[in-house]
Design a protein around this ligand. Structure first.
Ligand SMILES: [Zn+2]
Ligand SMILES: [Zn+2]
Length: 310
């Protein structure tokens, strides 16, 4: 089942029982994001796994890397990318479709294996990004520098905790709170499983695919706010960047997304490949989810941006 929306492009945090969500707080007056407000101190302790996994390609020299390992790495990337795009982003952050409670838990557990922290943390920071895009309060505006918007903010002490008030609709589920609190367990278990079943090559496949997942996901915040075309006159720097869209299964149509965040579909033209949406539509056919939110013709026909440069 799909649903066509005609409302304004707002961030919506609709609970799964269908009750209307409160409108987000009004956008603060636009002013450049200030890095001092974001906090730049790096949390080196929790940054160690981030650094160590980046050394994984060196391990290829020691253990080798067969075709089977390559297939495993690609599968680990694709499956976990889907859990991030369909789960962490379009479901937990934007509630752009409905899931049963067990399916919601599967999305959370699948997402946590991508080593991008828990669903509450992810949704909290992403909702803050939409509430304050490119102004003070945005956790990862490229106005604070490209590296900050890419990975610096993730490693900073300031970003360690979720903002509970932004994810009250999610934190009322105890099982989601457990997944979020023990988020470190998922990646470690998956890495150990890869080592146990596939040997050292399997562990390297896990590490390489995890690093690739990080940078593909991060590029939505950094590259897709700097490089690409702007179809809509959104009050931010979001852009449609096709290489990012290919790597992230549709998330690179970021100007479309900022224009209408509640939509489950981010490719607004037939040529804008949105693999995540295609999979979600297929899942809807098999009744694995429902109520896919769509942009209306009015939303799609909104006056295009006058300038492609900003
Ligand atoms: Zn954005
Ligand atoms: Zn979003």
């Amino acid at each position: 089942m799909t649903r066509v929306d005609t409302g304004p492009a707002v961030l919506e945090t609709r609970p799964p029982d269908g009750r209307p969500a409160a409108r987000p707080a009004a956008r603060p007056a636009a002013r450049p994001a200030a890095r001092s407000e974001q906090g730049t101190g790096i949390d080196w302790l929790s940054g160690i796994p981030f650094i160590v996994l980046h050394l994984a390609p060196l391990a290829l020299l020691l253990v080798g890397f067969g075709v089977g390992d390559l297939v495993l790495a690609i599968a680990l990337y694709a499956i976990r990318m889907f859990f991030i795009t369909a789960g962490y982003h379009r479901y937990f952050s934007h509630r752009s479709y409905r899931l049963s409670r067990p399916a919601q838990l599967v999305m959370a557990v699948g997402g946590v294996t991508a080593a991008q922290k828990g669903p509450l943390w992810w949704a909290s920071h992403h909702r803050r990004h939409h509430r304050s895009t490119d102004v003070a309060g945005d956790p990862h505006s490229p106005n604070d520098g490209w590296w900050w918007s890419h990975a610096g903010w993730v490693l900073s002490r300031r970003s360690k905790r979720a903002e509970p008030g932004l994810v009250a609709d999610l934190s009322r589920y105890p099982e989601l709170r457990v997944v979020d609190r023990y988020q470190i367990v998922g990646p470690w278990l998956l890495g150990a499983l890869c080592l146990w079943v596939f040997g050292w090559g399997g562990l390297v496949a896990f590490a390489v695919s995890t690093v690739a997942l990080w940078h593909a996901t991060f590029s939505v915040n950094s590259v897709a706010h700097r490089v690409g075309r702007r179809r809509y006159e959104t009050p931010d720097t979001s852009r449609n960047c096709w290489p990012v869209a290919l790597l992230t299964f549709g998330e690179g149509w970021h100007n479309n997304h900022h224009h209408y965040p509640p939509s489950a579909r981010q490719g607004h033209r037939w040529w804008e490949l949105d693999v995540t949406y295609l999979v979600l539509r297929t899942m809807a056919v098999f009744h694995l989810l429902s109520d896919l939110r769509q942009p209306s013709a009015r939303v799609l026909a909104t006056r295009p941006a006058r300038s492609l440069s900003q």
